[in-house]
Design a protein around this ligand. Sequence first.
Ligand SMILES: *Cc1c(COP(=O)(O)O)cnc(C)c1O
Length: 385
Amino acid sequence: MIYLDHAATTRVAPEVLEAMLPWLQADYGNPGALYQSGVKARNALRTARESVAALMHAHPEEIYFTSGGTEADNWALTATAEAFAAKGRHIITSRIEHHAVLHTCAWLERRGYEIMYLKPDRDGLIAPEEVERAIRPDTILISVMLANNEVGTIQPIAQIGALARAKGILLHTDAVGAFGQIPVDVEALQADLLSVSAHKLHGPKGVGCLYIRNGVRIGALLQGGAQERNRRAGTENVPGIVGFGVAAECAGKRLQESETVVQLREHMIQRLLAEIPQSHINGHRDRRLPGNIHISFDGIEAESLLIRLDMDGICASAGSACTSGSLEPSHVLLAMGQSATEARSSIRLTLGADNTPEEIDAAADAIGKHVLLLRQMRANKPGLS
Ligand SMILES: *Cc1c(COP(=O)(O)O)cnc(C)c1O
């Protein structure tokens, strides 16, 4: 199998699995307990919190573990909306957010909040000037993702953060696609809230965190015990959190190797563009996640291509995992100004540090072959438009 869908999820790293196993077996103590095994689990949580905090230059007490990126996004938006309703009910976001943000915004709209959905340019970039123009006296939150999970475009969050800070508006950024792929620094970004998920950086599924800057007064997500400083009740997912911590440590070391992934990406992009006529890259050419290739092949249905690649053992996707399997064109590509037909003709290949040059060449060969075959089949059926 050639796995080129690292934006959907990643393989648990061997170091991560090894670190998790004791907490699923012998070391099952509740981190809230007073005896030895409880203390041991509590210490393990502390170490993991420090590792995750270090990778985003946060203080450990600003990290609140959640069940993943979706939960962190829901919490950031709903709790801010609730806490600041007296100040205003206006929220600024973008049309290219993950559904964890967009569907939470729709939920808030049904409860009387007003959401401004900014449109990106053709490269998927949100202009800070557009954000500035959208700010109103009753704006309580700006939520723009750090990097788009479909087309890989990295947003100018530091500039947007500076605008938000100057106006006293909170900034949330969904960093799930970026964390572990590019350097993330909550100070440089001036982010007040930031969402992350372990399974996108070779950690386990079902664990993530919300960074909440010290002093940001938003309420708890769950009511119950005193876990996560009274803000997210429930016995902690110790094995998952330990795995997340180790994944963050490994990702920190791998950041130095991201140039290798960029080289693989550039090699593949050059081959695909040179060997397949009428192909185009989507997303910003330079401001892009190291492993992301999003490419259109005119006249091709992405679904047919992906089925053929799957038969060759190649895992790729048509955009976000949540919408693949349906014929809905990507909301991100539509927002970037593509037609539904254009949007349906592209695939996403997301590379990881474990991909080899041989795999990349084999995948490029297969894609070239199948695009050619699909275009020939189409040409032989003149009734098709
Ligand atoms: C994967 C992803 C999420 C959801 O994270 P889960 O941990 O799978 O819930 C949210 N936002 C972005 C940008 C993602 O890529």
